[in-house]
Design a protein around this ligand. Structure first.
Ligand code: FMN
Length: 170
């Protein structure tokens, strides 16, 4: 798939097959996360791979949608605030870096025929409890990972006219 096809193809997947994710595909996805650009190349993130059935079930305390648990893998993108680059006016790049990491891994997954869905609407404390996260990690984004149970839905987007403005010379 070329890049244009890839970004056309990726969409949020909210239902998964039981089929496991192959180890080599998971490795490629994690490598895509590793290669993500981060501010000042600080790499202030860690990715936690949750495959264990009991642990995944325990995520119900953090995010209760049933479709979420149909996936064989949950990826948890955590930030490390003490490692993040912060601009002199206080702008902290931690979440930006974690978002780029998450984008890399979701796009790599789509390229491999796998589905993902960004999840930010979870209870952070519950994720901390389930994974027994150390204090230096902050869970920022979750995504299920697995083979989609259904084809992609058409995506709604604003028109380019609404989203882009050109300089007056044009
Ligand atoms: C930062 C971020 C947070 C999101 N959080 C959630 C979430 O908590 N639950 C959910 O179902 N989808 C979540 N989404 C998925 C968006 O709803 C989805 O990307 C958007 O509707 C566009 O659809 P598409 O991904 O299929 O293109 C999130 C997406 C992003 C980028």
């Amino acid at each position: 798939m070329d890049f244009s096809q890839l970004i056309q193809t990726r969409s949020s997947v909210r239902g998964y097959l039981k089929r496991p994710v192959e180890e080599e595909k998971l490795d490629l996805i994690l490598e895509a996360a590793r290669l993500a650009p981060t501010a000042d190349n600080r790499q202030p993130f860690r990715v936690i791979v949750v495959e264990d059935q009991a642990l995944r079930a325990a995520f119900a305390t953090a995010y209760s949608r049933k479709w979420f648990y149909t996936a064989p893998v949950i990826l948890v993108v955590c930030g490390v605030p003490s490692e993040a680059w912060v601009r002199s006016d206080g702008f902290d790049c931690l979440v930006t870096d974690a978002a780029i990491v998450t984008d890399h891994l979701t796009l790599q997954a789509a390229d491999l025929g796998l589905g993902t869905c960004w999840i930010a609407d979870f209870h952070s404390q519950a994720v901390r409890r389930v994974l027994r996260l150390p204090d230096y990690l902050v869970p920022l984004f979750l995504t299920p990972l697995g083979y989609p149970a259904a084809g992609a839905r058409p995506r709604k987007r604003r028109s380019l006219d609404e989203l882009v403005c050109w300089d007056e010379a044009r």
